[in-house]
Design a protein around this ligand. Structure first.
Ligand SMILES: Nc1nc2c(ncn2[C@@H]2O[C@H](COP(=O)(O)OP(=O)(O)OP(=O)(O)O)[C@@H](O)[C@H]2O)c(=O)[nH]1
Ligand SMILES: [Mg+2]
Length: 321
């Protein structure tokens, strides 16, 4: 296992792929591995890309990859699809023009679905980012389909978030989910070759102007990802947001919040698993459930008894001595 970490740090792609699979599958050795990786992380800047299905996220990512590579940046891409049962590399062929990048040693692309990521896609994504970070990527792009809370959780891991909209085509932009408006640092109005694009750009700008002024006002950039249109401006806007995050201290703030959440999560995880391991060793849970379901005991006192039995509160054990 230690070997895997060494190989990753040496730039071995197979080691990277294996490590991501291990975190995805919640392998028991995962914690140890992530611990060893941690000192080698902290360099990667994470950009989230989200938007409705088919809005053009992958084709935008594809163009952005080209510009990033031109700037000499090493890039990792994680395509997260909360609606897909697939993980690994297979489906990505369609999603991102792999053939263009497959031979590029400094690009690493990985897709993640719900299968395999036991215990949460957003957690698995976070850990995959750690692997790519330690692997030496300067930028990690996370593409995620905008379908609900899950993508918002995922995007909370990003340092900058790009939201991809398309011309409203009759619908008003007012229908854009409030949560999505809140998380955007940069907007792309993609498919700007289609009618209604100018109106969408104007409406989004108006919505943003109505908001209480924040320090950072998200720019709205029309793009056509079928051809290479607006992508330079988009990359420029993303870099500007990064500069803002770094110079204002916001980056450190959000990373501090994130580390705080992760620490809390870890503590809760450790406490929970240690309690349950003890409980399962000492108590027949099934018979307890039977008792409760037949009303011979209530769940409230049962839970309290349980903790008493493992001496959770640690008191009065030697009362008689
Ligand atoms: N007219 C037009 N079509 C586009 C443009 N960009 C992408 N498309 C088309 O929109 C479809 C979806 O593009 P993708 O880049 O796969 O979009 P996506 O958001 O990654 O899709 P999912 O990952 O499935 O949610 C494809 O058929 C593209 O050809 C554009 O600028 N204009
Ligand atoms: Mg896609």
């Amino acid at each position: 296992m230690q070997q895997l970490v060494t190989e990753l740090l040496q730039g071995n792609r197979r080691a990277a792929a294996r490590l991501i699979s291990l975190v995805e599958n919640d392998d028991p050795q995962k914690r140890e591995l992530l611990k060893d990786l941690y000192p080698h992380t902290g360099n990667a800047y994470v950009i989230g890309v989200t938007g409705a299905p088919g809005s053009g996220k992958s084709s935008l990512v594809d163009w952005l990859l080209k510009l990033m590579r031109k700037d000499g940046l090493k890039v990792g891409v994680i395509a997260v699809d909360p609606t897909s049962p697939f993980s690994g590399g297979a489906i990505l062929g369609d999603r991102i023009r792999m053939q263009d990048h497959a031979l590029d040693q400094d690009i690493f692309i990985r897709s993640m679905g719900t299968r395999g990521s036991l215990g949460g896609l957003s957690r698995a994504t976070r850990e995959a980012i750690q692997v790519m970070d330690a692997f030496g990527k300067d930028i990690v792009l996370i593409e995620t389909v905008g379908v609900g809370q899950s993508e918002i959780d995922i995007v909370r891991t990003a340092d900058s978030t790009l939201v991809v909209l398309t011309p409203a085509g009759g619908d008003s932009v007012q229908t854009i989910k409030a949560g999505i408006m809140e998380i955007a640092d940069v907007f792309a109005v993609n498919k700007s070759d289609l009618p209604g694009s100018d109106r969408t750009v104007t409406e989004v700008n108006m919505m943003l102007d109505m908001k209480k002024s924040k320090e950072w006002r998200p720019p709205v950039i029309p793009t056509v990802s079928l051809i290479n249109e607006g992508i330079d401006q988009l990359w420029e806007a993303l870099q500007e947001h990064r500069r803002y995050m770094e110079e204002s201290g916001r980056l450190l703030d959000i990373r501090r919040e994130r580390v705080g959440r992760e620490l809390t999560e870890q503590v809760e995880y450790l406490v929970k698993s240690s309690i349950w391991n003890q409980v399962k060793e000492e108590i027949e849970l099934e018979s307890l459930v039977e008792k409760i379901v037949h009303r011979r005991q209530d769940p409230y006192s049962a839970a309290a008894d349980l903790l008493d039995k493992i001496n959770f509160y640690g008191q009065e054990a030697e009362e008689g001595d």
